[in-house]
Structure formats: C-alpha cells, structure tokens
Design a protein around this ligand. Structure first.
Ligand code: COA
Length: 668
C-alpha cells in the first residue's frame, strides 16, 4: 500500500503522507516522498502542499529504526529535494511536527500550522540532536537565544509561539488544506521565499553569548551529553556556511545515535509508551469528583494535582482549623504553579476546591483518597467511616507509602473497589504514582486508577505488595548501601559528590537531610519492636542525637540558619568515630561508588522482579526515573545493569551477584 498520495487541485499538487499512527518518517515513507517529489519536478505544478493524513503531521524519524544501520535516503535528502524544486512547497502542519517532521517542514519554502499544533526537536530527549538540517535551518529563522532553547531543550512549543518566533509563517483556524493551497498559490505568483539553505549564515552572537548558554545548558543537562553537542553544532552553524555546518550536524547525529546515552533514552521512550498502554485498559470509569481525607503535605499535593487537571476536590480534615490550613497549602501550591506559568487562572482552579470536616460531603465523590498519618489504626478507621457515607460505586484509595494495603483494607467490606495509589511528594510535581492493587481489586478499579493517573499527566506503574513497594524498597537498599560505604571510612561528602556526578540532583546523605532521617528511623524502631533483628545504624545514632536533617538544623551535615548548603559537621564526625568508622578512607573512586550503589539497586530490583512485585524491569526503571530523580539519560538501574554486564556488576559489588541479578543480565 502506498504511503504517499498526490492530488492536483487547480494546479496545486497536494502531497499527502499517510503512515499511521503518527506518520513517522521510516525508510519506506522517505523513499516514497523522494519518488513523489522527483516526479513532481517534471509535472511542474504551480505550487505544492505537503500535508499528512490522520492525527498528526510527521512526528519524527522512526525511533524503531534508530538501532539499525542508516539507509538512504536521509530526511535531509528529502528536504534538499523539496528545496530545489522550481515551485514553492508549503508544509501544512497539524497535530505535531517533531524532530525529522519539523526538519522536513523546514525544507519546505513556507510553513503553516493549525492552531493547537505542537512543534519541537525532541531529539535531545532521545540522546541525539537534529541531524537532517534541523539545526542549520533553524538558525536561519530564529533569534540565536530562541534557536538554542528550541534545539537544546527538546521542548515542544505551540503553533502560536512558533509563529511569533518565526519558525512557521502562519497559524490557521479554518481548513488547513485549503489555507495551505491558497498560501502556496500566493507564493507562486508573488515573492517566493528563498530556501533556507541558500540564505546567508546568520551573524555569530559572540563569545559571551556562547559562554552564557553553555553554563545554562550544562546545568540543565546534568551529565547528559546530547544538549551540549547540540550547542556545539549550533555554534558551528553560526560560524560556517550551510554545507559545511550541515555535514558537522549530520556527523554529530550519527555519533550520538550509537551512544550509551541514546540507547538508554530510547529504552525509556519505549518503557513509557508501554506503561501508557496499560493506562488505556478497558473498563475505566469516569472520575470527576474526588474526596481527599487529610490536608497535610500529601493530601494538599494530591488535591493540587487533581484541581490543576480540572477535577473537583473535597478535602476533609478533623477540625475547621486544620481544614483551613489544608486549603492554604493548596492555595499556595496553585499560586506557585501559576507563577511558573503552569496554571493559567489560579482562582478558576481553586474554585473546584471545597473543604469540610464532615465525611458526609463525600457523598457525590467518584473516588476518595486517604492521605492521613502513616498509622494503621488511624487509616483503618478512616475507611470504616468512609464506607458508610460514600456511594457504593466510589473507589477507595490509600496513599500509604509503606503500610500493607491489605491490612488497611481489612475493615472494608467491598475490597473490589479498593487499591493503593502511592503519590510522591510534592504530589503536584512528582510524576510517579505506584498503583498497588489488592488481590481482590476489580479490573475496572485498576483501569480507573491508571486512567486517572494518565489524566493527571503522571506515570502510573503497577506494583505488587511488599515493604516499601518498588520504589522505597530500592531506595532503602540504596540508602543502606551508601551508609555501608561511609562505614568503610569514605567521607559522606565524597559519596554525595559521586552520586551528583552520576546525575542525581542530590547525593544520598543530602537527600536524607532534606526529607528527614526520622521517618526511616521510626520504621526501623517499629520493626525492632516487632522482633526484627536490625542492627543500629549511623542514621539511628544521628536521630538519637537530635540530628533529624535540615528541619532540626543538622543531620549528616550542619546547616546555617535559612541556608540549605550542607557543611561538614563535627558532631557527625564524632558519631562516626564513636561507631568505629575508620578515618582513613579506602581509595574508592567516585565512579566506583556510583557503580556499587547502582549495582545494589539493580540487585534489589531483580529480586522485586523475580518475586513478581514489578511486572517488567523497565517499570522499575520508570519508578526510579520519575520518583527518585535517577538520571533519565542513564536509562534506570535495570537498563544500566544490563549495559554493565555481569562481570562489572560483580566487580562493583565485590562479590557474586544474586541469582535474580544474574538472571536479569544474562537470561538463560
Ligand atoms: N517513531 C516510531 N514510533 C513512534 C514515534 C516515532 N517517532 N512516535 C510515536 N510512535 C508510536 C508509539 O510508540 C505508539 O506506538 P504503539 O501504538 O505501537 O505503541 C504510537 O506511535 C502512538 O504514539 P502515542 O504516543 O501513543 O500517541 P499520541 O497520540 O499520544 O502522541 C506523539 C503522539 C507524536 C505526540 C507522541 O507519540 C510522541 O511524542 N512521539 C515521540 C516523537 C519523537 O520523539 N520524535 C522525534 C524522533 S527524533
């Protein structure tokens, strides 16, 4: 079946690409486009329009072909052919013009887009850069700062913004095809714009500009190389003529395409798409009105996330005062989001919020989330009271992070409508939601939870029940691993630096100071009280000395009043010395520290997988990336473990890997 059709309408050739679902520019489509435009050169129509059928204009190169050898023609060749035609070609864009799709549109003599279209270069999010003329053409249209932002960020911009920046010529409200044909005729009979490749090299914005951009891009990239390579190529595009610069661009693309970073980012790309599919399960019920029990950090955060997506929220607290405080938390979060441009109209969003002290107000709710203190008896009581007042169809959700949802639900008579949704703090920002069904949870309940998660713009990952679910169980292993290394005498500042160097925003000790050492301490104490044999940790000693983290003025580090900068602590040094930690650090390099901690995470992940708590290794990677700040460009601990291979993992661990880890990296 042919992927491209041509209609000649009143002398204008309308070339329609039709390669569902997203018109990805795979090999076959590129070949057909070459053939069609070559033929058109002879047919010599007045003008032509390049348009796509279905839900979107070309959404990019075909990512599935990225791991394979490159086969001509390149998107660059198609764009060059279009530019060389003796008649104007207008790109008529709807849906998305991303990556190679945008590069092709830039090869056209003009571009118009339907309102609502998104345009951008997501290449850096896949570990590559635009490699088919995207960079060299963009610099001939946009101001330098805009060109840098578009190419190095991967951000998708609206058609309106694209028109303001000069990336496209017009935004269309009516019939796109008609408008494109009119525009094409206008250009054929008026002044035809020069192809971008024939326009002169734009003026170099100068060394200060580049130095500033490099600092900003490097900071945002957090160790990822593609945005910096993109910046280098941009710089070349302002220094060299079109042809020379485009060769540099193409070579940089080819080099990056085979990098570990690109492999990792492709892995995450497909993992996210697989997870999104789970969200489209049948039987999901509509959720418009949500009740939340508890207006603390978690409850208010979840309320904010829901309100921002247009849902109606009733927030319950025990007293009028607490309800007022809960409302104030939501208001602060929504106002902050509005300041950052994430919310258009804060008061309209807040109009969806009601607060109450009476569970009877939950009567109309489609779903109620419990977000109270992590105490089994309190949570059980909440659900006992809820069952009496909510509609029989309402879904009941616990946001527990480490209690067993089966025990929380023990008082619930209809457990088919019960499940856990573990949001991460701050819930209005963090993308991860662990979706934790009970054995009795109905498929429709699960499907509704996935659909709701997706509607919130979050990544939902199904988790079985175990202590800490997927994420906190791995986090515990990571934290313990970091403490083990500290016990060997490696300075904590070095361990933190190693993990920052690896790509995390904060190291393990800095993170604990931020979130507080007391939560994990209380969990260990509870386990000890229940008879578990858990040796005393350094963290225990710090908490007993009143060092809970930033909130108490110090934890692993000291902090000056009103300053979050960690400073070395004499008190911590004394506690370490008292615990027998040697002062002489062994020569563990930062890369070895990171490898050891990641290997431990992967080993825990492999156990989680073997137990069936996670359905797929890539789900574990998504949990780490979206809930714990694991660098996306590293692909997640499971992907990274496979890349490292058994020998390197065992060297990092300093012992043989567990069977589960071996099975993960070398499946029988
Ligand atoms: N190459 C190959 N397949 C692609 C693709 C690409 N560039 N972009 C999307 N697809 C596939 C998806 O994997 C999915 O396949 P499946 O149905 O077999 O799982 C299908 O197209 C639909 O994608 P989906 O994301 O579910 O559709 P959507 O309508 O929600 O979103 C897009 C459409 C285009 C916005 C979104 O798919 C997207 O952002 N794609 C990435 C584009 C990109 O990064 N391009 C640059 C490549 S350099």
């Amino acid at each position: 079946m042919s992927l491209v059709s041509t209609d000649i309408i009143d002398g204008v050739a309308v070339v329609t690409a039709d390669n569902p679902p997203v018109n990805a520019l795979g090999h076959a489509l590129k070949v057909e486009l070459m053939n069609v435009f070559s033929r058109l050169r002879d047919d010599a129509p007045t003008a032509a329009v390049l348009i796509a059928a279905g839900r979107t204009f070309m959404a990019g190169a075909d990512v599935r072909e990225f791991g394979q050898p490159i086969q001509p023609p390149a998107i660059f060749d198609v764009a060059a052919l279009i530019e060389s035609l003796p008649f104007p070609v207008v790109a008529a864009i709807h849906g998305n013009a991303l990556g190679g799709g945008l590069e092709l549109a830039l090869g056209c003599h003009a571009r118009i887009a339907e309102r609502g279209t998104r345009l951008g270069f997501p290449e850096v999010t896949l570990g590559v850069i635009p490699g088919s003329g995207g960079v060299v053409r963009t610099v001939r249209l946009l101001a330098p700062a805009d060109a840098v932002a578009l190419v190095t960020s991967g951000e998708r911009i609206s058609a309106e913004r694209a028109a303001r920046l000069g990336l496209i010529d017009r935004v269309v409200d009516g019939d796109l095809r008609e408008a494109a044909m009119d525009y094409a005729r206008e250009l054929a009979f008026g002044r035809r714009p020069a192809p971008l490749s024939e326009r002169p090299t734009p003026d170099d914005p100068g060394p200060d500009f580049w130095a500033e951009q490099e600092t900003a891009v490097r900071r945002k990239a957090r160790g990822s190389q593609a945005p910096l390579v993109a910046l280098d190529v941009l710089r070349t595009a302002y220094a060299e003529p079109f042809e020379a610069a485009r060769v540099v661009e193409g070579k940089a693309f080819e080099r990056l395409r085979d990098s570990g970073e690109a492999r990792a980012l492709r892995h995450v790309f497909f993992a996210e798409r697989r997870a999104a599919k789970a969200a489209k399960a049948d039987g999901a019920r509509k959720v418009e009105t949500v009740g939340i029990v508890g207006g603390g950090t978690m409850g208010a955060g979840i309320a904010t996330a829901l309100l921002q997506r247009g849902l109606t929220v009733t927030l319950a607290e025990t007293t009028a005062e607490a309800a007022k405080a809960g409302r104030a938390r939501v208001e602060a979060a929504v106002t902050a989001a509005a300041r950052r441009g994430l919310v258009k109209d804060a008061s309209a969003v807040l109009a969806g919020l009601a607060t109450t002290t009476d569970f009877a107000a939950f009567g109309p709710c489609d779903l109620v989330v419990e977000a109270v203190f992590e105490d089994l008896a309190v949570k059980r009581d909440v659900f006992r009271r809820l069952e009496g007042v909510v509609s029989p169809n309402a879904i009941l959700v616990t946001n527990t992070s480490f209690l067993d949802p089966r025990e929380i639900a023990s008082a619930v008579s209809d457990r088919t409508r019960f499940l856990g949704l573990h949001f991460f703090s701050p819930a209005q920002v963090m993308k991860l939601v662990e979706i934790v069904p009970l054995p009795e949870t109905a498929e429709a309940t699960l499907a509704t939870a996935f659909a709701l998660t997706e509607r919130l713009g979050k990544v939902g990952v199904r988790s079985g029940i175990c202590e800490g679910f997927i994420g906190n169980r791995i986090y515990k292993r990571y934290r313990t691993g970091a403490e083990d290394i500290a016990r060997e005498g490696v300075p904590i500042a070095r361990i933190d630096a190693a993990m920052r160097g690896f790509g995390l925003a904060l190291g393990p000790f800095e993170t604990q100071d931020l979130t507080g050492l007391d939560i994990a301490f209380r969990q260990r104490e509870a386990a000890r009280a229940a008879g578990e044999d858990i040796p005393e940790t350094i963290g225990d000693r710090l908490v007993k000395a009143g060092r809970l983290g930033q909130k108490s003025g110090g934890g692993w580090y000291d902090y000056a009043e009103g300053d979050r900068t960690p400073r070395p602590s004499a008190a911590t040094a004394a506690i370490l010395a008292a615990a027998g930690v040697p002062r002489e650090a062994p020569g563990l390099a930062e890369a070895e520290i990171a490898a050891r901690l990641v290997a431990g995470m992967a080993e825990e992940g492999a156990a989680i997988l073997a137990e069936g708590v996670a359905g797929d290794a890539s789900d574990i990677d998504l949990v780490e990336i979206h809930g714990y700040g694991f660098p996306r460009w590293r692909g997640g601990p499971m992907h990274l473990a496979r890349e490292m291979g058994l020998a390197k993992l065992e060297a990092a661990l300093g012992r043989p890997a567990s069977d589960a880890l071996r099975q993960l990296v070398e499946p029988a």
